[in-house]
Design a protein around this ligand. Sequence first.
Ligand SMILES: *[C@@H]1O[C@H](CO)[C@@H](O)[C@H](O)[C@H]1NC(C)=O
Ligand SMILES: *[C@@H]1O[C@H](CO)[C@@H](O)[C@H](O)[C@H]1NC(C)=O
Ligand SMILES: *[C@@H]1O[C@H](CO)[C@@H](O)[C@H](O)[C@H]1NC(C)=O
Ligand SMILES: *[C@@H]1O[C@H](CO)[C@@H](O)[C@H](O)[C@H]1NC(C)=O
Ligand SMILES: *[C@@H]1O[C@H](CO)[C@@H](O)[C@H](O)[C@H]1NC(C)=O
Length: 473
Amino acid sequence: MLETSVLYASGAIILSFGLVFLLAFSLFLSPTKYVGPPAGSAGPSGKQVSVHVLVLGDIGRSPRMTYHALSIAKHGGKVHLIGYLESALHPDLVNNDNITVTALPTPPQRPPSIPFILFAPFKVIHQIYHLLTLLCYRLPPAQWILVQNPPSIPTLAIARLTCYLRKSSLMIDWHNYGWTILSGTRGPSHPLVSISKLYECIFGRLGHFHLTVTGAMARQLRSPPYSIPTSRPMIPVHDRPARIFQPLTSLKSSRESILNRVLEGNDKALLPSILNNSTRLIVSSTSWTPDEDFSLLLDALVQYASANSSKPLPPIIAIITGKGPQKDLYLSKIADLTKQGRLPNITIKTVFLPFEDYASLLAAADLGICLHKSSSGVDLPMKVVDMFGAGLPVAAYSGYESFGELVKEGQNGRGFETAEELAGILGTLLSEEGAGELKVLKAGAVKEGARRWDEEWDGTVGVAMGFVDKKGS
Ligand SMILES: *[C@@H]1O[C@H](CO)[C@@H](O)[C@H](O)[C@H]1NC(C)=O
Ligand SMILES: *[C@@H]1O[C@H](CO)[C@@H](O)[C@H](O)[C@H]1NC(C)=O
Ligand SMILES: *[C@@H]1O[C@H](CO)[C@@H](O)[C@H](O)[C@H]1NC(C)=O
Ligand SMILES: *[C@@H]1O[C@H](CO)[C@@H](O)[C@H](O)[C@H]1NC(C)=O
Ligand SMILES: *[C@@H]1O[C@H](CO)[C@@H](O)[C@H](O)[C@H]1NC(C)=O
């Protein structure tokens, strides 16, 4: 019984991917070559440029695509922002004359009794149907389709097909690779990993214009297995903090009023000692997934609490934001460790904060912690960018290639690879002796955070889409 359904499912998968690959090869052979922004789109004085900004994810949790949309709109472009509507949207998106947010229907959830391999094709077909009707029928054609990768199945293929049918240009914004993420969650030998790798390589080459989050990623995409030809322009667009992230000195609220808003219940008792620096405030946001190993921070805090320095180390309150699959697991671990008395003087709080409060909290904290482990080795954590925007120095996991494009050791942060190293960094930077070093890092963070998205965007995507003249004006 099960065997025949597995057979059918494999058939369906092969069929759907087969169709997609057939499509890819037919497009690959067709002589569409990138020759700059399509006629009629150019220049602030020309016709209004229209762009479909597409992400197969929750728009509220896709900051970079949100910023793309806001930047295009600010320059007078017309944006359809397409994705799932799950969490609250960035406030500037709401009632923006130039942006229409178009929700994709949430895909069906997999019942636990049905295996992933049986369910995946069903979900993909559902997505293909809704994307096709939306992009090729319900929405007017656009000059550009700007699509986030990953997730790339089926968005890259559908976006490329739409471009072919409606004479748009495809701009792929590479945040990461879908196959490396899949390999991290399903294991490197899972059949979908190699399918997804092949798919990304083929459709990657079909993009007319490429954006990457790091220089390291751009170099990698030019080489095998991706081998994106040099006839297709590619520019790194580093993530920059949004306007909402500002150092404390440029905020209206004081540290006290921010902490009063963020701390709840009993924790308010810690407020006076946080304000006089005798309790240190660290902040981390995590997606609670295996590629952000929260046990690194937890182990480091246990070691910090048991460290035998001559002077006792200051108490810590750690505020953790974010939601994700492993949250409950770690909450019970924290409760156990607290009960065993292994976290004396350490308070760990998980909170959910509105965007504005999160931004203020970063400005009010002493140190940011980032546990992001890059699956591709060439992406960078957005949360560190935001921390710098808020003038917050970081201790960040450093074991990947592009790390140094953002965090400069000893200038705006410190890198670690093990819990021991993180405990050591906490012990140094949070103690009285480390106050001078922390101050240097803070100045470095403020400096790094001062360059903003608008500057970065205008000189790269703005030029590519024809909103901004090259250099100057
Ligand atoms: C929308 O576009 C117009 C130009 O078409 C521009 O003047 C205006 O500032 C834009 N609005 C927003 C909210 O970005
Ligand atoms: C900081 O504030 C706490 C709580 O009010 C107090 O117990 C402590 O003595 C203060 N420490 C310093 C160094 O002022
Ligand atoms: C706490 O530390 C900050 C940053 O180093 C400093 O500006 C502030 O004056 C300190 N507050 C007290 C009460 O020592
Ligand atoms: C601290 O000292 C105690 C007793 O001297 C020892 O048992 C413990 O292992 C030490 N902890 C660390 C982290 O060195
Ligand atoms: C907790 O912190 C206080 C203030 O720094 C310190 O005096 C005390 O020894 C610490 N307690 C433990 C168990 O580390």
